[in-house]
Design a binder for this molecule. Structure first.
Ligand SMILES: Cc1ncc(COP(=O)(O)O)c(C=O)c1O
Length: 450
């Protein structure tokens, strides 16, 4: 294949990156990991260039942050304009209108026909922390239920809610009390004799039993659920399960929090992925692609729930910074002008067509799945045992990187390649990236056989 966008096969790191990497090892602790052993020089749209002049097609988007593409002109001009006016005044010291304008627009777009209020924070974890605070305040209850395999952040509360031990929780206990984990449907790994429908019923029954064996529903403030589990490998629950959990929440006066931090802002072909399931979450947490790389997050929620906290109980020095809000407004403008929700569907269809062909070609692919442009390949040692192929997955990503494609690992068993490319990616870039991915799998399989 002749390449138009990605580098030719190269060993990473190159000379300049190597020097930076040595300095990095001396000064940055190991706990801060890295996926690509090089350093960026510039980024635009779906392309990244490193300090040694290598070019990469970006199928990672800073882990789902860059749906509108790197340094989109509309975002850049909004930020330049904002920097020239004021950078930060602290919303609780001197307010500014981009906060209000962004909040109003988000309230209109989020699921739920009820009146909403919106507040901003700095990171995904902080949004989830605050959603828990609000839920506890509103309900006067303490317990929180999250799901196995879910990921909600790295702070004490969000780490406690996270349903994967390594690397997020291992040796970091004790965890926050009153957090419980309910089972989540992993359709690919469900018992073979069960249909998806029967599996959803079975798990819903387990959630009901959970109210007998683990925690009484009258003690539960909220359930928190990702509409598609991100870190655990793009696990897509069926509608019946999501709706069933939501109905149980309604039945017991429990709030339903949707963690849309990875799924939001067009990734699945809708502004919010919960819209696929026909439920109206009481609280929605957002971050990542909401502001094209500016560190901001938020909570959109039912007015009466959001208003349960008293003045001063919520917030923080940098929460809802003017730059974050201006970037967010620019993101919404780009999403509308460039129909990014539709682009996600088109990208998703192309990716799934390619995945189908790859599934026919490589029997190490146990499953491929996707919702909109949130698509993943799950690698196994063989299709019968479904034993996860973690090392092979790592090799696929390494082969892809050396050919100029950046993609990400995910999965409870670290055996999933997930794609989070910018939704502005061109057809040619997408096609080239998918061709490289296929070559990478081919090569990784060959390496394994040696
Ligand atoms: C679903 C979900 N929730 C929460 C978070 C935590 O966000 P942050 O890393 O900004 O704290 C992430 C990050 O990957 C996420 O994917």
């Amino acid at each position: 294949m002749s390449k138009q966008f990605a580098q030719v096969k190269t060993e990473l790191p190159g000379p300049k990156a190597k020097e930076l990497l040595e300095r990095r090892h001396d000064i940055v602790p190991h706990g801060v990991s890295y996926g690509t052993p090089t350093f960026v020089e510039s980024a635009k749209g779906a392309l990244l260039k490193d300090v040694d002049g290598n070019q990469f097609i970006d199928f990672a988007g800073a882990i789902g942050v860059i749906n509108v593409g790197h340094s989109h002109d509309t975002v850049v001009s909004a930020l330049q304009d904002q920097v020239s006016k004021y950078i930060h005044t602290g919303f609780n010291v001197m307010m500014y209108d981009p906060y209000i304008a962004f909040a109003e627009k988000l309230a209109n777009l989020a699921p739920g026909s009820f009146d909403k209020k919106v507040m901003f924070l700095n990171s995904g974890a902080e949004a989830n922390e605050n959603a828990v605070k609000i839920a506890r305040k509103y309900t006067g209850r303490q317990s929180i239920v999250s799901f196995t395999g879910g990921f909600h952040g790295r702070t004490l509360m969000t780490m406690s809610m996270t349903g994967k031990v390594k690397p997020y929780k291992f040796e970091y206990g004790p965890f926050a009390p009153e957090v419980y984990h309910a089972p989540f449907p992993y359709n690919y790994r469900r018992p073979e004799t069960m249909s998806e429908d029967a599996y959803a019923d079975y798990l819903l029954k387990q959630v009901e039993d959970f109210f007998i064996t683990e925690v009484a529903p009258s003690q539960v403030a909220a359930f928190i659920m990702e509409p598609v589990q991100g870190e655990s490998g793009f696990i897509i629950p069926n509608k019946k399960f999501v709706k069933g959990v939501y109905d149980l929440c309604k039945q017991h006066g429990i709030l339903f929090i949707a963690d849309e931090i990875q799924t939001g802002f067009g990734r699945t072909g809708k502004y919010f992925a919960m819209d696929h399931y026909g439920v109206e979450p009481d609280l929605v947490t957002i971050s990542k692609s909401m502001a094209a790389g500016l560190p901001i997050s938020g909570i959109i929620g039912r007015q009466e729930v959001m208003d349960s906290a008293a003045p001063g109980e919520l917030g923080g020095t940098y929460c809802g910074s003017p730059l974050g809000c201006r970037a967010g407004l620019a993101v919404l403008q780009v999403m509308e002008e460039e129909n990014l929700n539709d682009c996600a569907l088109t990208i998703g269809n192309k990716v799934m067509d390619t995945f189908e062909k790859m599934y026919d070609r490589f029997d190490v692919i146990g499953d491929y799945r996707g919702l909109g442009a949130m698509c993943a390949l799950e690698f196994v040692k063989d299709r019968d045992s479904k034993e996860p192929a973690k090392e092979l997955t790592g090799q696929v990503l390494k082969e892809a990187r050396s050919r100029g494609l950046i993609a990400l690992k995910a999965g409870v068993h670290d055996n999933v390649v997930r794609l989070l490319m910018p939704l502005v990616i061109t057809d040619e870039q997408l096609e080239e990236g998918l061709t490289i991915l296929e070559e990478a799998v081919d090569e990784a399989v060959a390496v394994e056989k040696v």
